[in-house]
Ligand binder design. Structure first.
Ligand SMILES: Cc1cc2nc3c(=O)[nH]c(=O)nc-3n(C[C@H](O)[C@H](O)[C@H](O)COP(=O)(O)OP(=O)(O)OC[C@H]3O[C@@H](n4cnc5c(N)ncnc54)[C@H](O)[C@@H]3O)c2cc1C
Length: 431
């Protein structure tokens, strides 16, 4: 089949703007030696794999498609999630909160740890405080272990902060700071991440697709390399001195521990790249379709005889009124006030939601702006490349702002339309 028939017609003229693309991603200036010198992330496991660029249906990224905006606070704890136990009166409380930007991803593994601690005193019934993704998975894990479970919470999952996330498998996203978490946290994190991954694997291919994989493309007008954040010596403050992380180098980087089971990004050859950019990578990204997944979890909880009591707690001492003697505490960011845990740091984040487009079932990232097509909509994020993980740190304002989302949509739409400025074009315009 001629190459021209493989490129969507609206992209073909744009590709012609990029002679660098013709030289080949791994060929031309880089050549084989350059390819071999790439860091492991970008080394091709099997050259070309016989794949050609799929003719992707372009995403409709115009403002008229924007149907929702959501904002929420990631509950970051420098030491990582709190999974400790304590007694309140005669009750054993097992904490399970503070999962930063990783709550959906680590939920099953974290629940396994928390339920294991609750089981140590051989209860026949337990209470779970909170019904976000952490509380609900804790409740189900406890039921699967044979316990009777009552959830006490202000809101059920669809009304919680969890439902305002974006919803990909991102198990190490702003989950801890390297220094305060210490070296032992890596082992716990890996145990939770691997357990969760196995659980998610059991949820693939179900009706309604609660959990699924899709292709995720990162495209660029510059060679794509793994971003590293060296310590910036000019920044003298740190979490230790100020109670807030002050630079990206403070965040724990753990993903390499599970790269043997999680798909990694591979660079695309020009003939494999469906976009008009000279550089692209593709990976397979697992994501969660919130409505179907929430329904599945709620159905299991109630089918196993779970009870839900709508209740708001104002102090830990109120737990003494509950009939259960063992309690899993999973209130997420709210633990900062309810439990007085000032080590919970807000990390603000927001998403825009566009009309679902099931025929465009992939994700695109360009200059740290992203669009991920999910069953309940295309989720848009605008992440500042210079701020990295520091974006939103310490911010507790929970109202969404429209402008950054519109900017992300316009920038990504420029990739589809071929109207974004390449570095060469931008330089020419400025001359
Ligand atoms: C923009 C954004 C994108 C994200 N993307 C991802 C992602 O792609 N992947 C990922 O894994 N994670 C992601 N996260 C992180 C994830 O959303 C959180 O880690 C997770 O939602 C935390 O869940 P939780 O159950 O601990 O808390 P919550 O969802 O906040 O649930 C807390 C529960 O406790 C209840 N509660 C609170 N206070 C009280 C009280 N006083 N009395 C009674 N009940 C109470 C609430 O009603 C609720 O039921 C993202 C976060 C943001 C902000």
């Amino acid at each position: 089949m001629p190459r021209s028939e493989l490129i969507p017609s609206h992209l073909a003229p744009v590709k012609a703007l990029y002679p660098a693309n013709r030289r080949g991603f791994m060929g031309g200036a880089l050549g084989l030696a350059g390819a071999m010198a790439l860091p492991p992330l970008l080394a091709r496991p099997a050259r070309a794999q016989g794949l050609l660029a799929p003719a992707l249906v372009p995403m409709r990224l115009s403002p008229d498609q924007l149907v929702d905006m959501k904002c929420c606070l990631r509950p970051l704890r420098a030491a990582g999630p709190n999974l400790s136990t304590e007694t309140v009166g005669r009750k054993l409380v097992v904490h399970n909160y503070g999962h930063g930007g990783s709550g959906w991803s680590l939920s099953w593994g974290s629940a396994e740890v928390a339920v294991g601690k609750a089981l140590s005193v051989l209860p026949s019934r337990i209470a779970v405080i909170g019904c976000g993704i952490i509380g609900l998975t804790s409740a189900i894990m406890a039921q699967r272990a044979g316990l009777h479970v009552t959830i006490y919470a202000r809101e059920l999952l669809p009304r919680t902060r969890s439902f305002r996330a974006s919803g990909s498998f991102t198990p190490s996203a702003r989950v801890a700071l390297e220094g305060p978490a210490g070296p032992q946290f890596g082992d716990l994190w890996e145990q939770m991440a691997r357990f969760s991954w196995k659980m998610f694997r059991t949820l693939l291919g179900l009706p309604g697709k609660p959990v699924e994989f899709s292709d995720s493309y990162a495209v660029s007008d510059e060679p794509i390399t793994r971003r590293v954040w060296p310590v910036d010596p000019a920044i003298t403050e740190s979490y230790e001195t100020s109670g807030l992380p002050r630079q990206n180098a403070e965040f724990a980087r753990l993903d390499s521990r599970i790269r043997d089971i999680v798909p990694q990004a591979v660079p695309l050859l020009p003939e494999e790249n469906p976009f008009p950019t000279p550089f692209a990578t593709r990976t397979s990204q697992m994501h969660f379709n919130f409505p179907a997944y929430a329904q599945l979890l709620m159905d299991e909880f109630f089918a196993r005889g779970g009870r839900y009591v709508m209740r708001s707690f104002h102090a830990p001492s109120a737990l003494a009124e509950l009939p259960e003697d063992v309690i899993i505490h999973a209130t997420g960011y709210a633990a900062r006030d309810l439990w007085g845990d000032r080590s919970v740091i807000p990390v603000r984040g927001q998403t825009g939601w566009l009309v679902p487009q099931p025929e465009a079932n992939y994700a695109l990232r360009f200059r740290n702006m992203s669009a991920l097509s999910k069953a309940d909509g295309i989720v848009i994020m605008n992440n500042n490349p210079d701020l990295g993980d520091m974006l939103g740190v310490g911010e507790s304002m929970e109202l969404p702002q429209r402008e950054p989302l519109l900017e992300a949509m316009a920038t990504l739409a420029g990739v589809f339309a071929g109207t974004y400025a390449s570095p060469a074009q931008a330089a020419g315009a400025g001359a």
